[in-house]
Design a protein around this ligand. Structure first.
Ligand code: ZN
Length: 302
């Protein structure tokens, strides 16, 4: 199988998957439940979510392992099952992917902050190594460190993947628009600074996920593109900005709106587009159609 960055270098625009949490909740995952435990206890549901994204036209799917480090699993008394849960997570997405499509293993932040002295660098590196090794063993060909906000933690995750696995490494940060109108993570990091630090650490693909709808992602992508002219960029956007209706966050963007905005993100420099919170297989199907149309028009021009 070709690497994702090789396909992008050959001029392809790739489509990733959409939300997992949204679909797990629709199947009965309750607030306070451990989503990753479903890899062991509800494997058919987890595999089926991956299948639905591939059926919608995704070129890659994630794994149900976002909270799969020991620091997250220990909240559920599952720190001793990191290897088992992550290996299953990757195996289920691989079963849906078959041999030719990509499985990009999801790795989220640990919730521990180096800055606050919660944890040492060695402990963080070891936690990422433990999770990533299991994801690779289960059949992932890439990993996607996502929703990160702190550069120091993300750099350790990227280095752990590079040093201990052969996985292709994607890393995306979550930015919010500040009152000044620019974009920063919760820890104050901007898109350009993120891109430089992660590429220095060895990341193959950088980008942004969550926090914004597709439209706002275009400015973030433009900033990354300026700082890193040749790096492949991935975007997993929410289905618009959530609106609170009766205590529940509802994501308002329709598949068609999101797909139109995704093409703005591609024009700004992204080569891989998919969804985060509130997105469904219908959103991914619409994005895939828009990408196909764009590629067809591009060929028509040549
Ligand atoms: Zn999200």
């Amino acid at each position: 199988m070709k690497r994702i960055s090789e396909e992008v270098a050959a001029g392809r625009i790739l489509v990733s998957d959409g939300a997992w949490g949204t679909l797990l909740q629709a199947r009965g995952l309750n607030p306070g439940d451990c989503p990753e435990l479903w890899c062991v206890e509800r494997p058919d549901d987890v595999r089926d979510i991956a299948r639905r994204y591939f059926d919608a036209g995704a070129d890659m799917v994630e794994t149900n392992s976002f909270g799969g480090t020991r620091f997250k699993l220990e909240h559920f008394g599952l720190a001793g099952r990191v290897a088992e849960i992550n290996e299953r997570a990757a195996a289920l997405s691989r079963e849906a992917a078959g041999p030719d499509r990509h499985v990009i293993a999801s790795v989220g932040p640990t919730g521990k902050m180096l800055l606050m002295g919660d944890v040492t660098e060695e402990e963080l590196s070891e936690a990422f190594r433990e999770q990533l090794s299991a994801l690779e063993k289960g059949g992932a060909d890439a990993c996607c460190m996502e929703t990160f906000a702190a550069t120091d933690e993300a750099v350790l995750a990227v280095r752990a993947a590079k040093e201990h696995t052969a996985l292709e490494v994607i890393c995306t940060f979550t930015f919010e628009r500040t009152l000044r109108g620019d974009f920063r993570t919760m820890m104050g990091v901007g898109p350009a600074e993120m891109a430089r630090a992660l590429l220095d650490a060895g990341a193959d693909i950088v980008g942004t996920n969550c926090g914004n709808g597709m439209e706002a992602m275009a400015s973030i992508v433009a900033e990354i593109r300026e700082a890193a002219p040749s790096a492949p960029i991935l975007v997993h956007a929410n289905a618009g900005k959530p609106v609170n209706i009766g205590g529940v966050d509802v994501f308002p963007e329709s598949p068609e709106q999101m797909a139109a905005n995704a093409m703005k993100v591609v024009k700004a420099g992204a080569s891989i587009v998919g969804g985060c919170c509130g997105t469904t297989p219908d959103h991914i199907r619409a994005i895939k159609t828009a990408v196909r149309n764009m590629e067809r028009e591009g060929k028509g021009r040549r």
